[in-house]
Ligand binder design. Structure first.
Ligand SMILES: Nc1nc2c(ncn2[C@@H]2O[C@H](COP(=O)(O)OP(=O)(O)OP(=O)(O)O)[C@@H](O)[C@H]2O)c(=O)[nH]1
Length: 325
């Protein structure tokens, strides 16, 4: 009986599962791609760069495969302790995965002559060098190709990239229209080892709902605050209670700013700004959980937290020990 092959065991023997890191410069579309592949708005994607601060695992399950996607913060020249933490998080994300997807934005170019003359910029090539140091196979994913009407312009751009590194593939995509995602899926699945799924099929993320709730508050800060202010804010979720009757989540969260002078800017005249932030975040949390949400926000001053690794740790931004946990 032991050696008898059943359809289930044949499936198990060909099932592929593994980890895939999404890396690249800030704002190239990593979070949007993760959401498109997982089929859920797990990762906060905004039009502002550097909104992703920590690694997030998104579980992409499909027929015969499971790819655990590691969304990483953008790789950039970091000055503050917070930015250094973000870049370290991104590079940690590229280690020990089965495949790295290096995302780079398709440049907006006028014509084929401009495309022929184009070269990847120093920041993008520096990001590639740091990612390549991890020694994992890398596929180049050219993002936002929906913005390029003349697809002939993509060829010289892909050729320039291919000269920089022995990529396993060069894949032009658009996460917003879905173009190229099928080719990307095929390449990712082929790169995964034959293995059992790492997560249950219905699990979409490694992070608890509570963490996602905090991220929704952070996304609302980007939506409603101007200039540098959202980058100076951290969010901690103090409590997250799932009430049975009536069914609703009751969430208490703090918004930490760096200086006393920033507090009134977050609160706004007549508390208008914080009310708008709270309403957006509440709606987003309810969409995520499928239950109504009551959200209570408090603004606190945690002086200079972006410059102090110990304070960052207290606010929940700590580097995990070891692999992909
Ligand atoms: N036109 C177009 N825009 C896109 C596409 N993918 C992402 N974007 C936009 O690009 C911006 C940045 O997207 P994100 O997914 O937040 O980028 P990110 O790389 O995760 O950003 P960081 O948080 O800086 O690491 C957002 O405004 C997205 O809507 C795409 O395929 N087409």
């Amino acid at each position: 009986m032991e050696s008898e092959s059943t359809p289930e065991s044949a499936d198990e023997m060909s099932f592929r599962a593994g980890t895939v890191a999404l890396c690249g410069r800030p704002n190239v579309g990593k979070s949007t791609l993760l959401n498109a592949l997982v089929g859920s708005d797990l990762a906060v994607a905004t039009r502002f760069p550097q909104t992703t601060r920590e690694r997030l695992l998104g579980v992409w399950s499909g027929s015969g495969f499971q790819a655990v996607l590691v969304d990483t913060p953008g790789i950039h020249r970091a000055k503050s302790a917070l930015n250094k933490f973000m870049v370290d998080e991104a590079l940690r994300g590229a280690q020990s995965v089965d495949l790295v997807l290096m995302l780079a934005e398709a440049p907006l170019l006028a014509d084929i002559a401009a495309a022929e003359a184009w070269e990847p910029g120093p920041a993008a090539t520096a990001a590639l060098t740091s990612i390549a140091a991890a020694g994992r196979p890398i596929a180049l994913v050219l993002t936002k190709c929906d913005r390029i009407a003349d697809k002939a312009l993509l060829l010289p751009i892909l050729r320039k990239w291919s000269a920089l590194h022995p990529f396993t593939a060069l894949i032009p995509i658009s996460a917003t229209t879905g173009a190229g995602l099928e080719a990307l899926r095929e390449h990712v699945v082929a790169a995964l080892p034959v293995a059992a799924p790492l997560f249950p099929e219905d699990q979409l993320s490694d992070r608890a709902v509570r963490w996602h709730a905090g991220e929704r508050v952070r996304a609302a800060l980007f939506e409603h605050l101007r200039d540098e202010l959202p980058y100076c804010c951290a969010v901690t979720v103090e409590s997250f209670k799932e009430q049975r009757k009536p069914p609703r989540d009751i969430v208490h969260a703090s918004v930490h700013v760096e200086r006393e002078s920033q507090k009134p800017m977050v609160i706004g005249r007549g508390a208008e700004t914080i009310k708008a932030i709270s309403m957006s975040a509440r709606r987003a949390i309810a969409e995520l959980t499928g239950r109504p949400c009551e959200l209570y926000l408090e603004v606190k001053v945690t002086p200079n937290w972006t410059r102090d690794p110990a304070l960052m740790e207290r606010l929940g931004l700590h580097a995990p020990v070891g692999g992909l946990s």
